[in-house]
Design a protein around this ligand. Sequence first.
Ligand code: ADP
Ligand code: 5GP
Length: 183
Amino acid sequence: MFVITGPSGVGKGTLIRALCDRIPALQISVSATTRQPRPGERDGVSYHFLSQAEFDRRIADGDFVEWAEYSGNRYGTLRSELDRRLRERVPVVLEIEVQGARQVREKMPEAVQVFIAPPSADALRTRLIGRGTDPPEQVQRRLQTATAELEAQPEFTHVIVNDRLDDAIEALVAVVEDELSPA
Ligand code: ADP
Ligand code: 5GP
């Protein structure tokens, strides 16, 4: 299992898409969230979009491996996304924020954790604004959260700076291939 974390806008989604093109055996865990879908996002593909009540019920039922409150919404990894794949030894990729990565580290220390860092705070801001998916209030909130998230870097075995995209893709592919290759 591969956990890819780092601040919003750093390029996790972009890197994971490229990673899965390069290593098609990887499967992505579709998270659950209470956030509203963005234009073009599809239920069950981008996320499992849940109401607050449904998310609460799934917490009470113990359906989450991890979940966290982030920028006014809740996000979590459903056990159902992982169980069959882990049983069948299908490598799975989680794209989650730092609090969730910590929970996974506690419960599944064998998971490989990769922190994606921006080359600078300014670059992160430019990317988050440039992506054009979040209203200014959300961009502000996410950048505030990013400050604390960046301080978590030393907790991670693998840190990849996403400066030149191609270099970051190669670095991520190398980490994953190394883990997947038989010892
Ligand atoms: P995240 O999934 O971490 O929130 P995204 O993958 O959505 O981040 O990337 C945020 C924005 O930054 C997107 O518009 C993406 O095209 C851009 N981006 C990603 N990597 C780079 C890079 N190395 N250099 C410049 N822009 C990048
Ligand atoms: P976004 O709203 O931009 O899709 O996601 C916001 C943040 O939530 C990102 O940092 C993303 O990695 C994180 N996230 C997405 N899914 C999960 C999840 O299942 N668990 C946790 N803890 N974070 C998630």
